[in-house]
Design a protein around this ligand. Sequence first.
Ligand code: ADP
Ligand code: MG
Length: 248
Amino acid sequence: MDQMIAVHNLQKNFDDLVVLNGINLELKRGQVTALIGPSGSGKSTLLRCLVELERAHAGDIIIEGEHLCKEGHYPHERVIASICGKMGMVFQQFNLFPHMTIEQNLLCAPMSLKKMPKSKLLPMCHDLLAKVGLSDKIHEMPSHLSGGQKQRVAIARALMMNPDILLFDEPTSALDPELTQEVLEVIRSLGKEKMTMIIATHEIGFARDAANHVIFMDKGVVVEEGLPDAVIDRPTQERTKLFLQKIY
Ligand code: ADP
Ligand code: MG
């Protein structure tokens, strides 16, 4: 299955406010997609719909060939859980469990959701912490870590579930500039390993050199998408040009 995510005519309102106004997209295996656009354009809502943290009102969401949402209708909870189990999400505010050590943060979901014993999970926990450069923090509490370290833990935690797709919602927006690069570097290395990812971000430089697909959203629609050098360096749509002039 080459197609990982397909979205057709997705609509989402909050009361009278139309937030997603007919989104269409297709993401292929190994594609690293940067989702860019002004604040309020619907990036977070789109990502949240993809993992069913929000429900759409109309349209289709198809994850690895299975309908999460079909013409605005959702399947049984069990089916939803199985589909969403293929995806991991990393949030702007890290969302680590503050009362748990880093190790417990990583083991918690696979132990409770996959019923796997700690002994089987520990090697993976060690490998992933090594991968994000935090082996020495395994017994620390989150409050003892910098923002960049917390976010790298959050990425390792998402990877513990062996996701086929990783979604990031502005993973560096809560970080001081000097901590941004260490997180982007981890995401970049996952991209090199052909992890399928979609990253809502304001880091246009990162979008250009680490993504292989860029989607520009505005007012709940996809305005323009394509290769980074096309969308970022040679945008064809006025709205894309204006946005890039403002932030880049
Ligand atoms: P972005 O991530 O691109 O900044 P969002 O998806 O967060 O955009 O928001 C899109 C619009 O939806 C904004 O106008 C925002 O105020 C509104 N919105 C987002 N979440 C909610 C919510 N839970 N209730 C009401 N309005 C919301
Ligand atoms: Mg957002």
